[in-house]
Design a binder for this molecule. Structure first.
Ligand code: ASP
Ligand code: MG
Length: 420
């Protein structure tokens, strides 16, 4: 049993969905559990709907949502024949759920509305893809993952009830998979009150890993628009090279430094059962892709992670007392409460420097929380370079010494935060 995850880029057009169809046809004899995310940039577009609605601009929110509806309907029309009206009736139900919600005035939290609205992205895409695949003879059953992936009600950052999920997979998913493939959604779930929830942006990889775990899958494949794990982002660095294999630990560490190939939570469920992960190109499906497994990989090449839009928050204790265990613990708790992770933290005698991606909503909130404990300064417009397995040539090439704000160096990792 294999688990596949197809991300937004792999299904963003009629042509791409047809490509997914031809990849899957080569697996027709062996049912696969397939996790789908929203089409292209739909999640961003739905976020704009939520933001507008939450500001009280209901008519604009509905107009923005109308655009999303129309693009899905026209994609379905172009792609489908026999199953078009069946698909449209499902889509109309999802649309109604959202519109019905947005006709009311705002009475709940932002995060609550976010999840109720944003979740339709994956519901719409998976419905279209499932029906298309059935039309071309790839037998599958569409499953609303909200019936099996139970979460708490921490909207936008929900935690999964793993026992409930395992049980539901055993009862409902395995029997379908004994006959045909399953198509379901990543990133979304639901509470025991049937409210929709989401697991954090880019969370479909994590959902796919949970399925692989619960199904004791032979492996998990994440299909992407790159050949696999690269030594750098090929859109930014022309010397980006393909890495054929990595250990789970390598991937966890690289994602800690901000490499965005897979969602950071993806590895843990796989590691638990030693399930291999393939990161493969949907453009060149015959290529091997990167294999991530428990095997240690020796002699890894240098890997560069560049993060723009960084800020540096400097926190100083109010009475110049040393930053000890307790204040640090509180700091980490505050970061956690804001669902933020830092790619670089430096602890000094009476101050801590935290480098984070700047966000116009969360960063000021974080600064306000920290200000209750001490003095806070924020510096913006920074870029963080992390070079794993670094060498002098790479440092010389990318790091402009005059602009370094903060430097941290260990045996294998070099991090420099630069002024732009
Ligand atoms: N569609 C969601 C997002 O764009 C989840 C995912 O793609 O993993 O964040
Ligand atoms: Mg995605």
């Amino acid at each position: 049993m294999k688990v596949f995850k197809f991300g937004g880029a792999s299904i963003q057009s009629v042509e791409n969905i047809k490509n997914v169809g031809s990849i899957l046809k080569t697996y027709a004899n062996d049912p696969v559990c397939i996790i789908i995310s929203a089409l292209g940039k739909t999640t961003n577009a739905l976020e704009r709907v939520v933001n507008t609605y939450y500001k009280g601009e209901q008519a604009t929110a509905l107009a923005l949502f109308e655009e999303i509806k129309q693009s899905h309907l026209s994609l379905a029309k172009e792609l489908l024949n026999d199953r078009l009206s069946h698909t449209e009736s499902y889509l109309l139900d999802f649309f109604t759920e959202v519109e019905w919600l947005m006709h009311d005035r705002v009475v709940q939290s932002y995060d609550y509305y976010y999840d109720q609205i944003v979740c339709v992205g994956e519901l719409m895409s998976s419905t279209i893809v499932s029906n298309y695949l059935n039309e071309i003879g790839f037998k599958n059953e569409w499953l609303d993952v909200r019936d099996i992936l139970r979460t708490n009600d921490a909207f936008r950052f929900a935690s999964v009830d793993l026992d409930f999920f395992q049980n539901a997979v055993d009862q409902q998913v395995k029997s379908i998979l004994s006959e045909k493939s399953v198509i379901t959604q990543g990133f979304i779930g639901s509470t025991d009150e049937n409210e929709s929830t989401t697991l954090g942006r880019e969370g479909s990889d994590y959902s796919a890993a949970l399925f692989a775990h619960a199904l004791n899958a032979k492996n998990l494949t994440i299909w992407k628009d790159v050949p696999g794990f690269m030594t750098a982002d090929p859109k930014v660095f022309n010397e980006a090279n393909f890495i054929p294999s990595l250990s789970y630990q390598d991937v966890i560490e690289l994602s800690f430094y901000g490499a965005q190939v897979v969602h950071p939570k993806t590895i843990q469920p796989l590691l638990d059962k030693k399930i291999p992960l393939y990161i493969k190109s949907f453009i060149q499906p015959a290529e091997q892709g990167t294999l991530v497994s428990e095997q240690t990989v020796k002699g890894l090449p240098p890997v560069i992670v560049k993060k723009d839009h960084q800020c540096l928050i400097e926190f100083t204790t109010p009475d110049y007392s040393f930053v000890g265990g307790k204040p640090l613990q509180t700091l980490y708790e505050i970061l956690d409460n804001h669902h933020l992770t830092s790619h670089l933290i430096q602890v000094g005698a009476v101050s801590v420097q935290i480098c984070l991606t700047y966000d116009k909503n969360t960063t000021p909130n974080l600064a306000t929380s920290l200000a209750t404990l001490g003095e806070v300064n924020i510096q913006q417009n920074l870029t963080l370079y992390t070079i794993r397995n670094y060498n002098g040539t790479l440092i010389k090439k990318y790091i402009d010494n005059d602009n370094i704000i903060l430097l941290q160096q260990t045996n294998n990792t070099y991090q420099a935060l630069l002024k732009n």
